[in-house]
Design a protein around this ligand. Structure first.
Ligand code: F6P
Length: 546
């Protein structure tokens, strides 16, 4: 059993180095010429994104050590193996080749030795034809009505990515159908959407890699019943249902014509799948040309990650900083604050991406991962967060790094707004860095000494600022691919498999027999707490069901 990265010489050196950094204050590193150099030096650019990472609790020495650690841990070698389509998802013996989905044919990706460009191009062409037909009005509902509304039924990776992207790009298109997303098995999710729609002009995309996921299948079956109850003849359901899946058999068993199925492959992980046919709802919402721009932005980031030297390599820098905070300075979370309202769903998307990928306690060889792995990723858009939890971010007893994300050009040119938005974004980073000393509080004219400690900000709280030139498909694609590769770098440093998710299995398995019991099936043995909850639910059900 290995000790993973922890036994690497540079890991040990970083542990010692972290002790010196703990006692340093970021403010002091911004004095005079040293500050100028820092401001200019700790910047990276790629695919139209600019990362300013000067406000991190790192020095040139820290970064040099982190780059050396990446070398020793073999990040580049593991990245190259991933790009070559080797089975880097070791527990499932699969490649993780999402880069192939946004590649150009000449990039020549292979999954475990098999060329994939032909299959990828064929599905993209199928998506393009379908998006064109729906948006152009040649694909119609059963009685000839144009499709005005599309419901994407899926969950996890079959929901969060397309939902986030459709929300982020909603300002670009008002001509396509309206997109709705239903994920939760809580009937109130589907009911709220169906209540607003007309079956004759609604299309459902059932999106599930496995086509066995409980929530998605329950929602898909209920949606089918709704169509039948709302006058769509059984024989005409095909005009209202398409599927996105790797499981052709299950799609056919559900009753969707395999001709209306958009396939993808086992080398596409759910949380990395929005670039595949899972992105069909994106193409329907904003048009295929914009979907292609999204892919192109991601491809630009893929190339940057593959080719740039570590000190300029944005995913490498961010992944290393994440590991620095988590494993060497002991932080437990990272706050993501997009100062860009259309990116409001980005934190939720990143939660699955990072926490499902790296929320693991075993290393690749099964040995315990003793150092912390994935931190909690959380956040909301700014400036809203400032008026909610930023009190804790500034003065709470635990500090955490913050990622500020903003677009330089406004999404909406509402006069006077964008400057205020960016000003707040930049000011938060500055305040977190500098803090405010007791002396500075007194200099403000505060007379009451008792108030002074309450008004002191410790500062020394790190942040990244990530700037997109504008929020368009290309830059959004680059931002998402950056997040994927950053997550990969973390996983290599923690020596874990970022591409499986065994941790979601047990709860799913236990839910099935409990669901039978709640449906009146025989009682099964449970711990006393769970048995008590089941009894209460059964009692409530007999009351509300009469
Ligand atoms: O339960 C977790 C998970 O397997 C995710 O990894 C996945 O994105 C999601 O469920 C949905 O799975 P599917 O696309 O197979 O319905």
């Amino acid at each position: 059993m290995s000790d993973g990265s922890r036994s690497l010489p540079t890991w040990q050196r970083l542990q010692a180095h972290a002790q010196t950094i703990r006692h340093a204050h970021l403010r002091d590193w911004f004095d005079g010429q040293q500050g100028e150099a820092r401001g200019a030096g700790f910047v990276a650019e790629a695919a139209g994104l600019t990362l300013d990472y000067a406000k991190n609790r790192v020095t040139d020495t820290t970064m040099a050590l982190l780059f050396a650690l990446a070398d020793e841990a073999g990040v580049s070698a593991r990245r190259d193996a991933m790009y070559r389509g080797e089975a880097v998802n070791t527990t499932e013996r699969r490649a993780a080749l999402h880069m192939a989905l946004r590649a150009w044919p000449e990039d020549g990706f292979h999954a475990q030795g098999v060329a994939v460009a032909g299959d990828v191009a064929a599905v993209l062409a199928q998506m393009e034809r379908f998006a064109y037909a729906v948006r152009g009005g040649t694909w119609r509902g059963w009685n000839g009505r144009r499709i005005t509304d599309v419901i994407n039924i899926g969950i996890g990776g079959s929901d969060l990515g397309p939902r986030m992207v459709c929300r982020a790009l909603a300002h670009l298109d008002t001509e396509g159908p309206r997109l709705h997303f239903v994920a939760n098995v809580d009937g109130s999710d589907l009911a709220a959407v169906l209540a607003r729609l007309d079956a004759a002009s609604t299309l459902v995309v059932v999106c599930s890699k496995t086509f066995t996921t409980l929530e998605t299948m329950a929602n898909a079956h209920t949606a089918r019943t709704w169509f039948l109850l709302h006058g769509v003849p059984q024989a005409q359901l095909a005009s209202h249902f398409v599927a996105v899946s790797t499981n052709r058999q299950a799609v056919a068993a559900f009753g969707i014509d395999p001709a209306n199925m958009f396939p993808f492959w086992d080398w596409v992980g759910g949380r990395f799948s929005l670039w595949s046919a899972v992105g069909l709802s994106i193409a329907l919402a904003v048009g295929f040309a914009r979907f292609r721009q999204l892919l192109d932005g991601a491809r630009a980031m893929d190339r940057h990650f593959a080719e740039a030297d570590a000190p300029q390599n944005m995913p490498m820098i961010l992944g290393l900083l994440d590991v620095w905070y988590r494993s060497f300075l002991g932080t437990g979370s990272r706050c993501v604050a997009p100062y860009c309202e259309p990116l409001e769903l980005l934190p939720a998307f990143l939660q699955q991406l990072e926490m499902e990928s790296n929320g693991k306690s075993v290393q690749l060889d099964g040995a315990a991962a003793a150092q912390g792995t994935a931190p909690v990723v959380w956040g909301t858009t700014g400036t809203n967060g400032q008026h909610a939890y930023f009190q804790m971010v500034h003065q709470g007893s635990h500090w955490m790094p913050v990622d500020f994300i903003a677009a330089l050009e406004p999404v909406h040119p509402m006069p006077g707004h964008h400057g205020k938005l960016l000003a707040n974004c930049f000011a938060q980073g500055e305040a977190l860095l500098r803090g405010r000393t007791a002396q500075e509080v007194r200099a403000l004219g505060v007379q009451d000494e008792a108030l002074v400690p309450h008004m002191v900000f410790e500062g020394n709280r790190p942040s990244n600022t990530l700037l997109l030139q504008r929020l368009d498909p290309y830059h959004l694609g680059a931002l998402i691919a950056l997040s994927e590769h950053r997550t990969f770098v973390q996983g290599v440093l923690w020596n874990i498999n970022s591409f499986d998710q065994w941790g979601v299995e047990l709860g799913k398995q236990l839910a099935a027999p409990i669901a039978c019991e709640l449906d009146g099936g025989p009682a099964r043995p449970h711990d006393a707490s769970t048995a008590g909850l089941i009894r209460r639910a059964l009692a409530a059900a007999s009351a509300w069901q009469g």
